[in-house]
Design a protein around this ligand. Sequence first.
Ligand SMILES: Nc1ncnc2c1ncn2[C@@H]1O[C@H](COP(=O)(O)OP(=O)(O)OP(=O)(O)O)[C@@H](O)[C@H]1O
Length: 623
Amino acid sequence: MAAQRVVEVPKAAKQTSRVRVAVRLRPYMVKQDDKGEGACVRGLDSQTLEIINWRNATETLQYQFDAFHDEQATQQEVFLSSVKPILPHILKGQNASVFAYGPTGAGKTHTMLGGPEQPGVIPRAVREVFNLVKAKEKEDNAWDYSISMSYLEIYNEKVLDLLCPSAQDLPIREDKDRNILIPGLTNTPLTSFSDFHTQFLPASLNRTTASTKLNQRSSRSHAVLLIKVVRTQRAVQQRVQTGKLYLVDLAGSEDNRRTGNKGIRLKESGAINLSLFTLSKVVDALSTGGGGSGRVPYRDSKLTRLLQDSLGGSAHSVMITNIAPEYTYYFDTYTALNFAAKSKQVINKPFVRETVTTPSVQVKRSREEQEAVGSGEPQKKRLNVRKKTDPEEPIAPAQLHSSTDPSVLSRLMALEKLLMGTPVKERLKLHREIQELKEKQKEFESNAKTLEVSGNATTGKVTDSRLAGDSPLFRMHLPPLQRKQTTAARSKKQQAVVSPLHVVQLCPVVKKPPTCPKKEKLQVHSELPDGKENVTAVGWESHLDKLVLDQSKHKILQVLNLGTLKDLKGLQQIGDKKAKLILGWREIHGSFTQLEDLTQIEGITTKRLSSFIKANILSTMGT
Ligand SMILES: Nc1ncnc2c1ncn2[C@@H]1O[C@H](COP(=O)(O)OP(=O)(O)OP(=O)(O)O)[C@@H](O)[C@H]1O
């Protein structure tokens, strides 16, 4: 019978570890922004960046992360500051993960993979793992180390083995100790870095990529490289520790109006956006302590299921959010920054994965080993008995790293969304709730400020304008970040800094006449009786600033693609029947690429569509 026991985890290893978040801004690419409007985002220092506030082009929103890498940052700098520090953990039986997140074309693959001239995080990290193992072996010969790799992609919700491309969709399983396993996935032993190179490069070519309007070689899948380090003690009573390093290049979040995706690209895009949406829900749940319900929706997509160990699980995680400076990317950048800010609240609980076996007794192989088909895994007898963790257990509340309470902010954002499509009489109620949340937020900010003053708040997210005068950032005398040739009215207030998710009244920059079109809004009815179309005045859009108009349309599209039945019914001119038809359409076709797709729904003609768009946009303005 096998003798086994889980070794007591050292106290230090039980410490929680926050997901580190770095943001990398890629250089400006003129081609992608023919209008030459300049950058909409820029760095202020090694942790802080600012982006123009879409609600008021004369203001900027400021974010602070663990690291900010500007457009000049080299691959080496990104690696040294954001990735290298977490690697030693995997030699101690802990998990680590690095994943690149961001809109399509913002530089994720460049960061993770790079090229022969500028190798990215993946080759650098693997080389470093070999260096660390070598140094350990020299320092102490009581342990044997072995390194192996697996490489897979998640494409259209299928798990495909990149080291064995003929393999079919692989299942993701969980063993009794809550370890995530992929039976049948190739696990190749590595003897040196050049060995890795030989295996990895051809496998990378198996990854699914295609050309979209925004990126000639756009990754259409999430690529996950797994480097496993197993160390075995040479003593009679063998201790075996297994550490895993996940290096993940996520597919880009996509706005199909801009990617120009159609057909198969559109289907891929639906799968990509769905899994990234689930990822954001997981992060949301983790950063708000399980959203109150204690359930983290890891199982809702293959990506999150696989990353279960890397987010809120047992790993030391680093998320590198890639962003692009061009105006065309503005809303993607804004969304990515808010997602990244949320990820900072996720707390991981690292622990050592160690087993002890008595070699004289025949050892029963663990399920993981049994399932590692053709793995060529180190042949040492070992059991991966891991300390039991419950990935769906309620999460400890996140530490206060920010002057912005994430739960309040999420709720505010959700309310804003709701407000957009709520009939006038119901808005009063929502307004009241928003007021209350604002109060709560104010209170939270003042608490955070007190913490900052006492030197505790070292990694806050957003700088409040009231703190701006004290901030070193404002001693830099940078010229205001403004869109070139903007149609926005100039305000007397220059470079004010606001908390990004404050609910501010959305008032369009009006060209002529200079008033908000409130009256027109009042003529909008909530749902038109069948057959009677409310044909609205021509040219109303010309009164609104294009940025505001685009943002409003984007918001409507978000509700159409992500909203529940209730959210959909909250939209102007959408009743129960149409809301259900929209849900049905989504089931079959995936996401709406543009609002015009609504005409594919029974009963929505072009005229009705324009009436619908107008009603919903104007109702937002009137709040
Ligand atoms: N820091 C950088 N320095 C120089 N070029 C960069 C940088 N980041 C990205 N690029 C270039 O920008 C283009 C798009 O980058 P990349 O393919 O890495 O984007 P991506 O985020 O992986 O996109 P997708 O999600 O569509 O795969 C590439 O030509 C890449 O070489």
